[in-house]
Structure formats: structure tokens, C-alpha cells
Ligand binder design. Structure first.
Ligand code: 3H9
Length: 698
């Protein structure tokens, strides 16, 4: 026995209690302890049944992810599951909290399962680039059939106890202490002479059209391979005897363990948790937050208001005129009725949120007692300064004043108030009640407790909050501007916007950059180009054909035409035939002979531009850690999760080769392709971006 497993006996029942905080992951010592516990129970005279139960907040959250990539140590998890299932004693798993991955697989190797009403079960391995590797793909289909098992395994979704009961995953739901409930259930089973019930001995389920299921799953995965591989493993459960199916599962599991996708997804898992954990905020208490003011009730302001209301804050929204204020209220109600329809809030909550919790006003005095104000008005420094001046005058002294600007200088905004230490950037992404990313922009004088409050707000709103420093575009939009420029250059040199979009969607992005531009509105890029024209370096290559699209009144989806043409009632657009003509004309004007680009070259240049700019940001301290950049791109820019983020992607490709490519591109355009000093340094030292993440965690 190890100290991770407690052994107690009551009558003829032995109880094995797992104690491996925080979530009882199946670390080596837990696996060893469970095997030893089974040995002891079987040797313990008179014991007829074993109850396995978890201490703390979960039964078992799965295999210990921190052990992945290291040499596996015996006993392996599939062997532990076999050891449990093969026991001559009756084995009961008593589930509470979550039973995920290997946790559910342990439960499936028990002969009976009882659960708390609040328990959740699932096989989320696909989210880590894996498949269940301890019999989940072999036992679950035998227990609940192929269709239901494939649904759970290929989506990784968690199901609550009632659904798990309906599906037949668990046998009983009983509220109470999991140890006692499990014990009582085991006593009942023993008293009624219930048989052992090994799932491996159950009949194989009926087959389905495996190739169709595989193809459909592969397509849905948008480049992610593990869900489709899970189909093949489930197929083995139908076509092979149990022990051979287990071998097939193990082979697929081990193959996936060696993939970049597994590394990328596990990087994403840990980074998602590390991103809000800033060394500079250790021991810093956030300010109290109950009520939030919002200036501006357009799409962004209304989205932020919706998110804040759903998180339980009182909201005071300020607009300039009464009709605009009422329009803002209508927008928020519209957003909230979406939440009502999806069952996220009740009718009563909807009523409370749209009336009691929300105040819409045209008078800044209504903000006198709010704890934090988020300004979401027009992107113009003079307008922002005017708003901040008014806020500074009416808000209580310790109220935090935040700007949702996406590129303006927060230092300058802060300097226009009497409380620069209480000014911060909170950059939401539209629609703000849906998008997960929040950039917390820390200005020169922002106080640590104000930064901590920004992060506390992000957490309350269920966002992934990332610390950013002040620069034009902060982390996300500054990097976007650069990789978008790389795409623009490729168009000038011979690629079409449509080939570029397709190559990047095939790489795994949710959308390509030109489709994104159409969605955001082409007028935004147009305004940025005009704004930057005065300070532009002579060597910068900026295409003019997109200006011509805008001059004709075509701003993308909202006008029905941009890079694509959008027919009413259809999703997505078809290429706008006018665009290639405009591009041809510009190439002719510039004397460019177009050349072909392969899809691989498109991806390589686009990604190289992204990584190089990110490395510059890191070198400047705008982003503190590579993982911060990764999370911005993952949660705000549709970057494929299975690559872990651009910095993880770069590590996986190898930094020396990437730097060599950037230096080669620089022979064509030395201005744009200036290698980031940090990238050169890492290559010289033989280090990776992930090494910098590790340095930061020390
Ligand atoms: C698997 O089982 C493979 C098998 O099929 C086959 C094997 C052969 N391991 O998320 P939280 C840590 S694959 C190690 O903040 P919450 C987590 O990093 C596994 N550590 O809390 C964090 O650490 P820190 C399949 C883990 O309440 C702390 O626990 N299982 C593991 O919001 C708290 O986590 C999964 O994929 C783990 N398995 O959510 C489940 N899980 O405090 C993955 C968590 O230092 N886990 N930690 O930052 C989750 O989904 C959530 O963590 C959970 C709790 C729902 C459990």
C-alpha cells in the first residue's frame, strides 16, 4: 500500500480510499496503491466486496497528465483496470465530483457503479490529443452501445449523473457521503448475492458503417486526428475479442502519445491554467467588485454588459442620448434572451437581469458608486480623454477606470486623469459575452491591486485573461497586423486571397485572414491604413487594392460584399470576381510578375511572420511569457488548439529552421522580415520558447 490509498474494513466490505489532491489523478503511487489494496482485500479473510472511493473534490480526474512524455512506470493503467475487473470479489466504484478519462476507466473496470446526483463522468482524452487508453474504447461500447460510446469518446463531453444513468454507465444515483453510500450499496449487493459483472465479458455491440464514422469524425475535427482514431479503437471493440481490442487501443494510444498534436494540446491544457497565475500578483488582493459601469452601448458595450450581468454584477450603462440608451437595453435583452433560450438562465433571472441588475442612463452621475467602469466608445484619443475626464470627476476615489481600446495608448489615457494608478486596459473581443479572451493591459502606473482586479473580473466572467503591456494593438492585434501583412505580401507576389484562406483553414484555423477581414468589416483595416500612412516607413509594402474595395462601398459581410460575395440567407461567401481584377491591376502597376505559392509555403510564411512578431513582443516585455501569446491566439484568433499556439508550434518545428527561413525571406524584403533578437538569441543558445515558460514558472 502507498500513502495515497487508505484501507479500511467494515464487516465483509473493504474500502479503498484514494487521496491524491487536488483531483486524485492516477499517478504512479496511486496505481501501485490500488493494486496493493486489491491484493490486501483479497487476502483479508471474509472480505466479499471492495468499494473504491475518492477523497476530496473528485473520484478520479484521470491519468496523471504530468507523467505523459516520461517513461511509463508499472503498474500501467490498463493492467490496474484488469486487476480490478478480474478480482473474485465484487468491486463497486462510488463516484462523486468528476470521473474522467482513466478515472471513468477505473470505474468501468469495477463491477457496479453508484454516483452522487452532482457527479459527472466523461472520457475527455481527445482534448489532450489522445484516446482513452485503459479500456475506455473497449468497455464503454460493450456497456452502452457503439453510437452512445462514440458520441462520448469522440467529443470528450462530460455527462451528468442523470444522463449517465439513462445511458447505462452507472447503476444507481444516491445522495450522501460517497464512502457511506458506496458501502451501503456494496452491502446490498453482497446480501442479495449479486454476481460479479465484468464488462469485458459482455457481448460485443453491433457494428456500424465504420468508414463513414471515421470520415465524418475526421472532417469535424478540422485536422485533429485523435477523435477519428478513437473510431478505429471502438471498431476494434466490435471486431476483436476483448484482449485483442485492448492491444489495438494501446497501439493507437501510444502512437498518439508520440504526436505533435498531443504535445500541443497538453501545452494548451496547462497554459490555460498557468496564464492567470502571474508571479507579480502573488499575495496581491484585488479590489472589491460588485457593480460595473459601462460607457457605450454598441455591440461591444452591450456584449460586456451581458457578460457582467450573467456573472452576477450590477451594471450601469451610459449612453449619450435616450434613444441610444434604449437601443443598448434592447441589445442586452436580445443577448440575454439567447441565454434564456439555451437554458442558461431562467425566466425569473432574465427578468431580474434586465430590470433590477441593469440600469441604463444618460447621466454620468449614475456612476458615482460603481467599483469599476469600462469605457467602450469610439476609438479616438480625444473622445476617450473626454470620457476619462468625466469619469475621474464622478467616480468614487478607489473606482477603477478601464478602457476597452484595442490599440490606443493607455499611458496617455491614464495621464489625463488624477488617478493613473487606477487606470487599466480591459480589451474584450466581440461578441464580448461569447469570446473567451480578455487582454488585461497594464500601463506604466497601473497599481498591482488594479491588475489583480482585472484578472479577478476576467475569472468571474469566465474569460481567459492574459497580461499585456502597452503598444499599438497589444499582443493579439499587433501580431495579427503582422501576419496579415505577410498574407498581403503573398497576394501582391502571386497568391490569391482564396488560396491563402484555404491553406490556413486546412492548417486548422477557424477562418483565413481575408474571410476574417470580411467578418470584422473592411473599413477597420482601411481606417488603420490611413491612420498609419503618415508614419509609414518608405520600405513598407502596403497594397492599395483593398482601399479600392472599400472606396466602392464594400466593407465585407455587413454590406454583402468584400473579398467574398455574401448572398442573403447563405452562410459563408463565394469569391468576389472583382478582387482578382483589382489585384492584377495593382501587380501590373508595381511591375510584379506573379509567381506560384504552394499551400505549405503560404502556411510557413504566415506562421513565421506570426512567431517573429510574437518574439519581438516578448523581447520588449509586452508579453511576459510565450504561453501568454499562445493563449491570446488560441482564445481570440481561432488558432488551432492542437498546435498549442504559435510559440508551441514554433518549438515543434524547430527554431533554427524557422530562423533560417526568416533570414531567407529577408533577402527579398529586409524591412518586413527583420528577425526578432529574442529568436536569434534562443537559436544561439539552443533553447526553446517553452524553456522561457519554465524559467517564468520558477
Ligand atoms: C487519461 O486519463 C488517459 C487514460 O485514458 C489512459 C492512460 C493510460 N493530471 O482544472 P483545475 C491539475 S488522460 C494531473 O484548475 P477545476 C490541474 O493542472 C486524462 N494534473 O480545476 C490543476 O493544477 P494547478 C483525462 C491534473 O476544478 C489542478 O489539478 N482527464 C489533472 O477547474 C486543478 O485543476 C482529463 O483530461 C490530471 N489529470 O477542474 C481531465 N487534472 O492547481 C483534465 C487536473 O497546479 N482535468 N489537474 O494549476 C480537468 O478537466 C479539470 O482539471 C478538472 C478540475 C475538471 C478535473
Amino acid at each position: 500500500m502507498t500513502d495515497k490509498i487508505g484501507y479500511t474494513r467494515k464487516g465483509d466490505i473493504a474500502v479503498l480510499r484514494i487521496s491524491n489532491p487536488p483531483v486524485n489523478a492516477l499517478s504512479h503511487a496511486v496505481r501501485e496503491g490500488l493494486v496493493a489494496g486489491m491484493d490486501r482485500a483479497e487476502a483479508d479473510d471474509g472480505v466479499k466486496a471492495v468499494v473504491i472511493v475518492g477523497d476530496g473534490r473528485a473520484f478520479i480526474a484521470g491519468a496523471d497528465i504530468t507523467e505523459f512524455g516520461k517513461t511509463p512506470l508499472e503498474p500501467f493503467l490498463p493492467d490496474l483496470c484488469k486487476r480490478i475487473e478480474d478480482s473474485p470479489l465484487i468491486v463497486v466504484a462510488s463516484l462523486h465530483g468528476v470521473s474522467l478519462g482513466g478515472g471513468l476507466e477505473v470505474a468501468l473496470s469495477a463491477h457496479y457503479r453508484i454516483a452522487q446526483p452532482s457527479a459527472k463522468v466523461g472520457l475527455p482524452e481527445v482534448h489532450l490529443g489522445l484516446i482513452p487508453g485503459a479500456g475506455g474504447t473497449q468497455r464503454l461500447p460493450r456497456l452502452i452501445g457503439v453510437d452512445a460510446a462514440l458520441d462520448l469518446i469522440t467529443t470528450g463531453r462530460q455527462v451528468k449523473a442523470d444522463e449517465a444513468d439513462r445511458l447505462g454507465i452507472i447503476d444507481e444515483i444516491t445522495e450522501g457521503d460517497p464512502g457511506e453510500v458506496g458501502l451501503a450499496y456494496a452491502e446490498k449487493l453482497v446480501a442479495s448475492n449479486a454476481p460479479r459483472r465484468p464488462i469485458s465479458e459482455m457481448e460485443a455491440p453491433d457494428p456500424i458503417d465504420w468508414d463513414a464514422a471515421y470520415d465524418g469524425t475526421l472532417k469535424k475535427g478540422r485536422g485533429q486526428i485523435s477523435p477519428a482514431q478513437a473510431v478505429r479503437a471502438v471498431q476494434a471493440s466490435v471486431e476483436l475479442p476483448f484482449h485483442q481490442g485492448m492491444q489495438a487501443e494501446r497501439e493507437i494510444f501510444m502512437d498518439l502519445m508520440r504526436t505533435d498534436q498531443r504535445q500541443g494540446m497538453i501545452h494548451a491544457f496547462f497554459s490555460e491554467r498557468a496564464v492567470g497565475n502571474l508571479p507579480e500578483l502573488k499575495g496581491v488582493e484585488p479590489r472589491a467588485l460588485q457593480s460595473i459601469g459601462i460607457i457605450g452601448g454598441g455591440t461591444m458595450g452591450a456584449g460586456i454588459a451581458t457578460a457582467a450581468l450573467l456573472a452576477g454584477f450590477n451594471v450601469v450603462l451610459i449612453e449619450m442620448k435616450l434613444d441610444a440608451a434604449e437601443a443598448a437595453r434592447a441589445r442586452i435583452s436580445g443577448n440575454l434572451s439567447g441565454a434564456l433560450k439555451r437554458g442558461k438562465i431562467s425566466e425569473l433571472q432574465f427578468k431580474t437581469l434586465t430590470t433590477v441588475a441593469l440600469e441604463v442612463s444618460i447621466n454620468y452621475d449614475s456612476l458615482a458608486s460603481v467599483d469599476l467602469v469600462i469605457e467602450a466608445v469610439f476609438e479616438d484619443m480625444a473622445v476617450k480623454k473626454d470620457v476619462f475626464g468625466k469619469l475621474d470627476a464622478v467616480c468614487k476615489p478607489d473606482a477603477i477606470l478601464a478602457s476597452n481600446t484595442s490599440y490606443l495608448d493607455i499611458n496617455e489615457i491614464a495621464a489625463s486623469t488624477s488617478r493613473p494608478e487606477s487606470v487599466i486596459g480591459l480589451h474584450f473581443f466581440s461578441p464580448a459575452h461569447v469570446m473567451k479572451l480578455l487582454e488585461v493591459v497594464v500601463a506604466e502606473k497601473t497599481a498591482p491591486d488594479v491588475v489583480a482586479t482585472g484578472f479577478a473580473l476576467g475569472k468571474a466572467l469566465n474569460k481567459i485573461s492574459v497580461r499585456a503591456g502597452v503598444c499599438d494593438g497589444f499582443i493579439g492585434n499587433r501580431i495579427l497586423a503582422t501576419y496579415r501583412t505577410a498574407a498581403d505580401h503573398m497576394v501582391l507576389d502571386g497568391a490569391s486571397p482564396y488560396q491563402i484562406d484555404k491553406a490556413l483553414v486546412d492548417f486548422g484555423f477557424a477562418m483565413g485572414p481575408f474571410a476574417v477581414a470580411d467578418l470584422a468589416g473592411l473599413d477597420i483595416g482601411w481606417a488603420t491604413r490611413k491612420r498609419k500612412a503618415a508614419t509609414r516607413h518608405a520600405a513598407e509594402r502596403v497594397p492599395t487594392y483593398p482601399d479600392k474595395i472599400c472606396e466602392a462601398g464594400n466593407f465585407g459581410q455587413k454590406t454583402g460584399k468584400g473579398f467574398y460575395v455574401y448572398e442573403a440567407g447563405t452562410r459563408g461567401g463565394v469569391p468576389n470576381p472583382e478582387v482578382p481584377e483589382l489585384i492584377d491591376a495593382e501587380r501590373a502597376e508595381r511591375g510584379i510578375t506573379p509567381r506560384d505559392f504552394t499551400d505549405a509555403e503560404i502556411v510557413r510564411r504566415y506562421m513565421a511572420a506570426m512567431v517573429n512578431e510574437a518574439a519581438k513582443l516578448l523581447g520588449e516585455g509586452i508579453a511576459k511569457r510565450p504561453l501568454d501569446v499562445d493563449m491570446v491566439l488560441l482564445f481570440g484568433y481561432g488558432f488551432p488548439r492542437y498546435w498549442g499556439g504559435p510559440m508551441k508550434w514554433a518549438d515543434l518545428q524547430g527554431l533554427p529552421a524557422l530562423l533560417a527561413d526568416i533570414e531567407r525571406y529577408a533577402t527579398e524584403d529586409a524591412w518586413f522580415w527583420q528577425p526578432a533578437p529574442l529568436l536569434k538569441q534562443l537559436v544561439a543558445e539552443g533553447r526553446t520558447f517553452d524553456d522561457l515558460n519554465k524559467d517564468a514558472a520558477r
